[in-house]
Structures are given as C-alpha cells and as structure tokens.
Design a protein around this ligand. Structure first.
Ligand code: SAH
Ligand code: DHB
Ligand code: MG
Length: 223
C-alpha cells in the first residue's frame, strides 16, 4: 500500500468511528464554528478523541478536573459533560481572546456553573495552585504549548493523589517523536520518557488517528 492509500484509509477509518460513536452534536458544532469565526487555530481534539476523553472521565469517576490549554473549550465541553452534577473543572489558558470564546461556548453548553477558565501562563497558575495547597485533582489533561509538557507533568504530579489520571495530548506528532534529531518534538519525547521512567506512574501512549498519526498519553498515579 502506498502512502496516499494509507492516508486515505486512516481518514476513512476515523470517519467511520466518528460516524458511529461521535454523531453530530449542535452544541459542539457551534463551539467549533464560534472558534473558527473568532480566528482561533483549528487544533482542538477530534470528535472521536473528544468521545474518548469523555469516556475515560466517566470510567475514572473523576469529580475534579484540571485542563492545561483551553483554546475554544471544545475538549473542555467533553470533560464537563462527563462530570457528575457536583463535579468541577478548571481550565487554564494563556490567551484572553481564547478564554472569552471558550467561556461563551461553555455557557452555551450549559456548563458555566461547573467550569472555570483561568487566564495566564499555566506555569504561573500551576505554581500558585501548588502554593495554595490546592485539593488534588482526579484527572488532569495536558494540552498547552508542547515545550511546556515536562514542566506541566511536574506540576501535575504535585496536584495529584494516588489514582489521579494524567492525560497528555499530541504525544506522537506524526512520528516526529521517533527521530532524536527532530528538535520540534524534543520536549514531547522528554515527556513520554518521563512517563515511562517515573515509578510513581503506570502509563502508555495510545497512538490515535487524526489528519496524521498522533497520540494520547494515559498515566495513572500509583502512589
Ligand atoms: N484543549 C483544546 C486545545 C488546546 S490548544 C481542545 O482540544 O479543544 C492549546 C492552547 O494552549 C491554546 O489555546 C494556547 O493559547 C494555550 N497555551 C499555549 N501556551 C500556554 C501557556 N503557557 N499557558 C496556558 N495556555 C497556553
Ligand atoms: C496541534 C494539535 C494540537 O492538538 C495541539 O494541542 C497543538 C497543535 C497541531 O496539529 O499543530
Ligand atoms: Mg492538542
């Protein structure tokens, strides 16, 4: 099979899964349309991956979620929908403009009562949360600037308890992580290595099909 055929097959398989398990949803479609109209980059998780995030949240029984990297709140809404009525979520976003679009989308999804978007550099916001002795989260989703992942993992460990689920988006990056000379993927490779080496974690990177092959890191804090 040549590269073009494989590319088409991956695309068709993703469409097939999406058609079965992530059917059209007016709230999510409106969220993407608002984000597009506001000029936000189209780098949200895919519909199928959103469904996976929602399922993982439900399976874990998470009641307190932290997201690092909100964009227009597309992934945020999937997590919010998986929360129980008394659950809560904080999402961190550098750009005020992104946060405004996200708050709007979250409101339209009927989730504003449970989700707070905080604006600032995640490094500072996370360090302040650790300083304040924040109650640990049940689930943390890392999806901001890729250079920051190793640092975000360190902060996430400090905001975790045994059993916390730590997820990391974009951990394969079209295979860039395989090449030790590919500087764009250096921090991602380091992040994956940290997950593999840390004895406090059980972890895997699950390859995912998107426009290109990417991956979702799934790690459980053991103790
Ligand atoms: N989770 C979103 C996509 C996030 S895209 C979804 O799937 O729908 C990455 C986001 O991280 C962008 O909005 C970007 O502005 C934000 N970001 C980049 N650097 C950041 C930083 N240092 N602190 C917080 N957010 C950051
Ligand atoms: C890209 C995709 C993402 O999911 C992300 O968080 C950042 C960038 C990308 O494809 O460029
Ligand atoms: Mg991402």
């Amino acid at each position: 099979m040549n590269g073009d055929d494989l590319g088409k097959l991956l695309h068709d398989v993703d469409d097939y899964v999406e058609g079965l398990f992530a059917p059209r949803d007016p709230v999510l479609e409106a969220a993407l349309e608002n984000s597009r109209n506001a000029g936000l980059p189209e780098i949200n998780v895919s519909p199928a991956q959103g469904k996976l995030l929602q399922l993982l949240t439900e399976i874990s029984g998470a009641r307190r979620i932290l997201e690092i990297g909100t964009l227009g709140g597309y992934s945020t809404i999937h997590f919010g929908r998986a929360l129980p009525d008394d659950g809560e979520m904080i999402s961190l976003e550098l750009e005020e403009r992104h946060a405004e679009v996200a708050r709007d989308n979250i409101e339209r999804a009927g989730l504003s009562g449970q989700i707070e978007v905080r604006v600032g550099d995640a490094r500072k916001l996370l360090s302040a949360m650790v300083e304040e002795d924040f109650e640990p989260f049940d689930l943390i989703f890392i999806d901001a600037d890729k250079e920051g992942y190793p640092e975000y993992l360190d902060w996430s460990m400090k905001l975790s308890r045994p059993g916390t689920l730590i997820l990391g988006d974009n951990t394969i990056r079209g295979g860039e992580v395989l090449d030790p000379h590919e500087s764009r993927a250096r921090s991602t490779r380091q992040f994956n290595q940290m997950l593999a080496d840390d004895e406090r974690l059980s972890a895997i990177v699950l390859p995912l099909i998107r426009e290109r092959i990417d991956g979702l890191a799934i790690a459980r804090v053991d103790g």
